[in-house]
Design a protein around this ligand. Structure first.
Ligand SMILES: [Cu+2]
Length: 159
């Protein structure tokens, strides 16, 4: 009987350890198990966030896109209120140098998911019009091939 209780206790510890990952997210991790902040048709948007930056600086925006539909969806562009110019970028290795370049679109395959994150696809908020401080939020409009234009609030995260 004692042995049985030990198993129960260790299960509870395991579950609570997993639960702690579902809380506040820092940087690029996707909040596993969280609900989408927005669902438009078969497109689900998770965890839109931007890194803090000072006026005039350039900073990154990240989110996860999930497509529950039977046809591919595409992110075609983004415009953020806080940025003078917004581009959709990918990060590529040029030899051993990391470079970023603008992409025309990002495909979210049918039934698939794309994570915009550090070192991969991201939204580039260029020449910030104002300081973006952790805890604030900024609106970005994302343009999708099927879902159309969708405005999402990006939470500003500390660097
Ligand atoms: Cu970039």
């Amino acid at each position: 009987m004692k042995h049985w209780w030990l198993v129960v206790v260790s299960l509870v510890v395991l579950l609570s350890a997993c639960g702690s990952n579902d809380g506040m997210q820092h940087g690029s991790g996707m909040p596993v198990g969280n609900m989408p902040v927005l669902t438009v048709g078969t497109l689900e948007i998770y965890a839109p966030r931007a890194m803090a930056g000072a006026k005039g600086q350039t900073t990154g925006g990240f989110l996860t896109l999930k497509n529950t539909g039977a046809a591919a969806e595409r992110l075609l562009g983004a415009w953020c209120d806080a940025a003078t110019m917004t581009q959709v970028h990918e990060t590529v290795m040029d030899g051993d140098v990391m470079r970023m370049r603008e992409v025309e679109s990002i495909e979210v395959p049918a039934g698939g998911m794309v994570e915009l994150k550090h070192g991969g696809y991201h939204i580039m908020l260029m020449d910030l019009k104002q300081d973006l401080k952790a805890g604030e939020s900024t609106l970005c409009t994302l343009k999708f091939e099927s879902a159309g234009e969708v405005t999402v609030s990006f939470v500003v995260m500390s660097r």
